[in-house]
Design a protein around this ligand. Structure first.
Ligand code: G4P
Length: 529
């Protein structure tokens, strides 16, 4: 296969959802279709279980297990599919945001009864910011849920999407009969109590055919005809270009658990989803079919075994091929590195590979060279645009609890921040260090890991902050900005990249500050240029 054919056959995407909507189940069913696993349950290990939310060691253990399943790859209809795992757990939302920088498209799973939930809204807004092509899968149609049209409205309004259904359910819950595949113009009927198998696929070029009554009954046929007429009248026709540009989102209905509607989704996905895309670097646009390797680190996973403090850096290949034992330039550090055992990911295991292509993810063993956002090239001075940080939700001062170990403490904090466990802010006024996290759980994780991996001890002190906002001055020399810096000095800090951050202590003070200093822009993410 030629280099270009290898690129054309790759589809790298993420499945995102609010916890419990069915992301794990859908992932598993896709792997089953690809023949990559033999039985259901294989991916379940990957899940951070609900019962364990207060037990961070258990979560970390499960995160350890999840290294291998961070990327699930399989072949289906000769296409190489890479599914990037995104933790649904709210406390690991940052991980998910970063993973979204490495996908070429996403599938959003929504529970038919619950509709659009909070976590889905957040994740989809990040995808929209980046114009990532989105397919929506409305799951659990075997249960009673909301009316299909109401749900489509909800998806449009709450997620700000422009949808077009490509499949439509025939009945729901107890009366569920099958799926009309709008994309392929046929009906899949399901059989048996569990409705696990497709009984028959019947092509229906014209829904006016009286055969429809024979197949699904008079009432269902009339309802389906009405529904599809409405679909036709209300929603725009499918347009692949608009989908790829992120301005039109196809919707599928089904039940991952019962395996219906999943094949329709997968077959259409293979046809329409983007192949590895070009990516903007600070210097220039990089096309995926350029022959020189470029890639960037989007995730770092620490080894939980304290005796082997190596980490696995996940690199998304943007262009060229990644070859074992070939030297590559670590652009930020300006040094060449060789990797003797790059890992590739297949189904639920990882293996050493000799060559990987654009769209693929390689896992590189790292002893502290990498941080999230780093770029690798064959020599070109190229930097992929940074991966944005979002305002943390929880903030605490971090203090050194063992003065003999301050070197270890700072090294530990430094490395944990490079991994993206939390964010570090240094107050401008007195140099004190503040840790900001997405979930309260991370404070325990940091304390535990500092002690067990770095031999350092820390303690925390409350620091009431409502939001961290990245500061952009219209003109750093104007009097308004100078006054802002003087008056708000107590609340100003620097993030790890040296950007100025305003730590607002309440919604009120944030609003007042915005009103008083209109030329000072306050951003909720670190990426605003
Ligand atoms: P998540 O990764 O998005 O968090 O969701 P997951 O797939 O784990 O699914 C959450 C729950 O919803 C699971 O039940 C799963 O079996 C169920 N589920 C997924 N798809 C469907 C579907 O199409 N129909 C129905 N009725 N249920 C579905 P659980 O009881 O929490 O877990 P388990 O004990 O079954 O593993």
């Amino acid at each position: 296969m030629t280099f270009k054919e290898e690129i054309q056959r790759r589809r790298t995407f993420g499945i995102i959802s609010h916890p419990d909507a069915g992301k794990t189940t859908l992932t598993e069913k896709l792997l089953l279709f690809g023949g990559a696993i033999q039985e259901a349950g294989a991916v379940k290990n990957n899940k951070i279980k609900k019962t364990a939310t207060s037990d961070f060691m258990e979560i970390e253990r499960q995160r350890g297990i999840s290294v291998a399943t961070s990327v699930l790859a399989f072949i289906y209809r000769d296409k190489k599919i890479n599914i990037l795992d995104t933790p649904g757990h709210k406390d690991f939302a940052e991980d998910t945001f970063r993973t979204l920088t490495a996908v070429d498209s996403v599938i959003v799973v929504i529970d038919v009864a619950k509709g659009v939930e909070e976590q889905t809204e957040k994740l989809v807004s990040v995808c929209r910011m980046r114009n990532i092509p989105i397919i929506v899968f409305i799951n659990k149609l075997d249960r009673e849920g909301k009316d299909a049209f109401d749900l489509l409205d909800e998806v449009e309004q709450k997620l700000g999407l422009r949808v077009t259904p490509l499949s439509f359910p025939i009945g729901m819950g107890y009366d569920f009969k099958g799926i009309y595949n709008i994309y392929e113009k046929n009906i899949n009927l399901f059989s048996g109590e569990s409705k696990k198998n497709i009984e028959e696929t019947i092509a229906f070029d014209s829904l006016e055919s009286s055969e429809l009554e024979n197949v699904i009954g008079e009432n269902a046929a009339a309802t389906l005809r009405d529904d599809l007429e409405l679909v036709d009248g209300v929603y725009p026709p499918f347009d692949q270009k608009a989908y790829l540009e992120g301005t039109l989102q196809p919707v599928f209905f089904g039940s991952a658990l019962n395996n219906f509607g999943v094949r329709e989704l997968l077959d259409c996905f293979i046809d329409i989803a983007p192949t590895p895309k070009a990516k903007m670097a600070e210097e220039r646009m990089v096309e995926s079919d350029e022959t020189a390797l470029t890639g960037f680190v989007f995730k770092i996973h620490a080894n939980m075994d304290p005796k082997h403090r190596d980490r696995l850096a996940f690199v998304k290949i943007v262009s060229g091929t990644f070859e074992r034992n070939k030297p590559y330039l670590h652009v930020r550090q300006g040094k060449k590195l060789k990797f003797s055992s790059p890992n590739a990911f297949f189904a639920e295991k990882k293996e050493i590979v000799d060559i990987s292509y654009p769209g693929d993810i390689v896992g590189l063993h790292d002893t502290g060279n990498f941080k999230i956002g780093d770029t690798l090239t064959e020599g070109e001075q190229l930097n992929y645009k940074g991966i944005p940080s979002f305002s943390p939700e929880h903030f605490r001062y971090i203090n050194n609890a063992d003065p003999m170990k301050s070197k270890q403490l700072y090294k530990g904090i430094d490395q944990l921040m490079d991994e993206g466990v939390a964010q570090l802010f240094t107050l401008e006024l007195n140099g004190r260090k503040v840790i900001g996290t997405v979930g309260a759980l991370q404070f325990e994780v940091i304390q535990y890991r500092l002690e067990h991996e770095y031999g350092a001890k820390c303690s925390y002190e409350n620091f009431p902050v409502f939001k961290a906002c990245w500061v952009e001055a219209e003109d750093p020399k104007n009097d308004e900005f100078k006054e802002f810096k003087r008056i708000k000095q107590k609340f100003l800090a620097q993030d790890k990249q040296g950007q100025t951050v305003f730590l607002a202590d309440s919604q009120f003070s944030l609003q007042m500050t915005q009103q008083k200093y209109p030329s000072v822009k306050l951003h909720f993410t670190s990426e605003f240029n």
